[in-house]
Each structure stands twice: as C-alpha cells, then as structure tokens.
Design a protein around this ligand. Structure first.
Ligand SMILES: Nc1ncnc2c1ncn2[C@@H]1O[C@H](COP(=O)(O)OS(=O)(=O)O)[C@@H](OP(=O)(O)O)[C@H]1O
Ligand SMILES: [Mg+2]
Ligand SMILES: [Mg+2]
Ligand SMILES: [Mg+2]
Length: 357
C-alpha cells in the first residue's frame, strides 16, 4: 500500500502561509493604505516581511523542530539600537497573528491559538532561524515571507512563498496570493488563493480562507492555441530584461500583450493557464537568483504538467546554497510550448549578437 507523502508538512505549510497572509493583509490595511507609518519607521514592507517570517518560522519550528530554514530575511535591523520601534511593531504583529483563534485545518498544529505571546528575543531568534545556508544534502524549508515587495506596496500582486527541499529536490510548494482573483475570468471578483503542490501528487488551488465547502481545484497547464499564448513577466525592469522578452515573443509569433505581474503569482497564473509562458531573463551579469524566489513556483509548474529550466534548457539546481548560482534566466511553460520557447530564446540571442534584430 502506498502512502501519500508529506501529509503533515503540507497541512502545516498551508496553515503557516494562511496565517502569514492574514498578517500581510493587515499590514497593508493598517500601514500602507492609511500611511500611518511615521517618518522614522522602517518601510511597511520591512515590518510585513519580518513579522511574516516570524510567523511562518514559529509554526515550522513547533511542528518540525529539527528542520532548517533558508529564509530571505534576518533580524539584524531589529537588533540594532535604532531598531526599537521596528522591533516593537513586529513583535506585536507577529504575536497578534500567532495567538489568533484556531482555524479549520489547524487542529493538530501545536502552539497555535494558544494565546501565548512570545518575547521580543524569541521573535528575533525565530526570524534568524531562517539563516541556514541550504545545500545539496538533507531537508530544509525555504521561505520568502513577502515575494513581490513592490507589488505589495502598490496593492497589486505579491505572494507568501514556502517550499520544502530534500536532497536538493523541491518536494512541496505552497504559495499564498492574497490579491490574486480566484478566477482569471472574473478579474474583479473574489480575491485570495493558495496554490499547493506535493511532488508526484499534483498541483491544486484552494481558497485563501479555510473552507469546508470549496473543493480544491486540480491544476493542469492547458494546451493553449497560438492566439491564446502570451508571456508572464516581471513588473520591475530591474528584475528582468523585458526588451529581450519582446524579441522572444516576436520570434514565437505571439500577438497577445504580455501579462506583467509581481511575485511568484506568475507561476500560479501559468499553472492554471492564465498565461502561456513564464520568461525571466537577467538584466545584467552578477545577480544571483534566490532559491526562495523559485522553489515553490517550480514544483507547482511541474506538478501542473509543465516544464521549468534555465534559458539554456538546464534544470534548476536547488542544491547550491541560498542562490541558484550563475544566472541564465528562467523559462517555464507547458511541455509542448517550452521547447519552442528555448528555441526562440536561442534565436533571439543570435539575432542580438549579430545585430540583425
Ligand atoms: N536584479 C535582480 N534580478 C532579478 N531578480 C531580482 C533582482 N533584484 C531583486 N530580485 C528579486 O526579484 C523578486 C521579485 O521578482 P518579481 O518577479 O516579483 O519581479 S517584479 O517585482 O515584478 O519585478 C524579489 O523578491 P522580493 O525581494 O521577495 O520581492 C527579489 O528577490
Ligand atoms: Mg522574492
Ligand atoms: Mg521577499
Ligand atoms: Mg527582498
């Protein structure tokens, strides 16, 4: 009899991402929308990032005390003498979120809903549990507490992203997208989704708020026709070379405008067929992409039947540490389209080199 893998990990990861999404939404409403931060405060995104990392790391630490965590943030700014205000705000937010009443699906997760607040030292220490360096062997989590920080501040797309990696293979990915419409066909309709993938078990979309009536939606990248194809790309010009994307789109004969969206919500959109191709090319030499920016998205895409590689067709290597190493860009798409995109990238590069484009 085969057993379903990572059942507890999946339940805990969903609960952690859900709680963190509640927190980031409240940071947005309290601090970003109303601009209630004073001049001396750190930006709301810092408050949001740090407290969301505290929440997720606390929940993971209770459930899996031996697991390591590669998290984007660390508590150095909070420990600084000038960080008292920042520290107080983060501790308050994290405690408020961690002590909130137990939600459906959280019944077996120890420590939640207990009403027991943590001290500032405990919160800073738990944030710093995210300082693991990663590597080729063993099991660890990787966390981006707010991915798409610029999108978060604009009130657009951002995501809370968590993945479990074992021996350099991404086994589980959970992505919380508080601002993503539940269905792309109703862009002004209900918002807030969580995307979940366990290796070998498929990719699913579930509601952001726990629900006993809404069934998980199984995701499968559809076979899009040529006129339905478009690119999913970054909003920030500093993060991806959008002019190159345009050339690739031309080579592919894509006529639809690209969809620009911050964060790993792009991988979620791809997984449910909202766009045909995720393309992210480096803007210059030197920047090393981080594992927390791609681990959950990569397993989601693969479990939705797609393929993700770098722009030369090489597999992503999550065993190199906190980064993915030298950056050649990323291509993710459905199986048939993916190989066409790799060819088109090659052609666009050749044209660029010969100045014929
Ligand atoms: N130079 C450069 N090149 C590539 N990527 C970079 C670069 N600088 C930053 N980052 C990372 O981009 C993450 C956000 O990516 P997005 O796809 O959301 O891009 S965008 O914000 O829409 O432009 C963003 O994640 P967050 O910091 O979590 O927002 C960064 O880790
Ligand atoms: Mg990020
Ligand atoms: Mg981030
Ligand atoms: Mg960042």
């Amino acid at each position: 009899m085969s057993t379903v893998p990572y059942v507890a990990e999946k339940q805990v990861a969903i609960a952690a991402v859900r709680r963190a999404c509640t927190l980031t939404a409240s940071v947005f409403n309290k601090l970003v929308k109303n601009e209630t931060l004073t001049k001396d405060d750190k930006s709301p995104v810092t408050v949001g990032d740090f407290s969301a990392q505290a929440v997720v790391n606390t929940i993971l630490g209770h459930a899996f005390p031996d697991d390591r965590i590669v998290g984007e943030e660390d508590a150095a700014d909070m420990r600084a003498e000038s960080g008292v205000e920042l520290r107080n705000r983060i501790v308050e937010l994290a405690n408020e979120t961690l002590t909130g009443p137990l939600q459906p699906g959280e019944e077996n997760i120890w420590g939640l809903g207990s009403g027991k607040a943590q001290t500032a030292e405990q919160i800073m220490d738990v944030i710093d549990r995210g300082n693991y360096d990663g590597g080729r062997t063993g099991r660890f989590w990787t966390l981006d507490p707010i991915d798409g920080t610029k999108g978060f501040l604009r009130g657009e797309q951002y995501a809370v992203c968590l993945a479990l990696i074992n021996n350099a293979r991404v086994e589980l990915g959970v992505i919380g997208c508080p601002n993503l419409p539940v269905s792309a066909s109703a862009p002004t309709g209900e918002r807030g989704c969580i995307f979940v993938a366990v290796r070998g078990e498929g990719a699913y979309q579930i509601p952001l708020s726990p629900s006993s009536t809404v069934e998980p939606i199984r995701l499968q990248i559809p076979d899009l026709s040529q006129d339905q194809l478009n690119l999913l790309e970054s909003v920030e010009k500093a993060h991806a070379k959008l002019s190159f994307n345009e050339k690739v789109a031309q080579v592919l004969g894509i006529t639809r405008e690209p969809t620009r969206m911050d964060s790993q919500a792009k991988y979620c959109a791809l997984a449910r067929g909202d766009g045909g191709v995720y393309l992210r090319m480096p803007t210059g030499a030197g920047y090393r992409e981080k594992i927390w920016d791609h681990a959950p998205g990569s397993v989601l895409v693969e479990e939705a039947g797609g393929v993700i590689t770098d722009s030369r067709g090489q597999p992503l290597d999550f065993g190199l540490g906190r980064t993915l190493g030298e950056n050649f860009g990323f291509v993710a798409a459905g199986k048939k389209v993916h190989s066409r995109v790799l060819e088109a990238v090659k052609k666009a590069k050749e044209d660029e080199a010969t100045g014929s484009a």
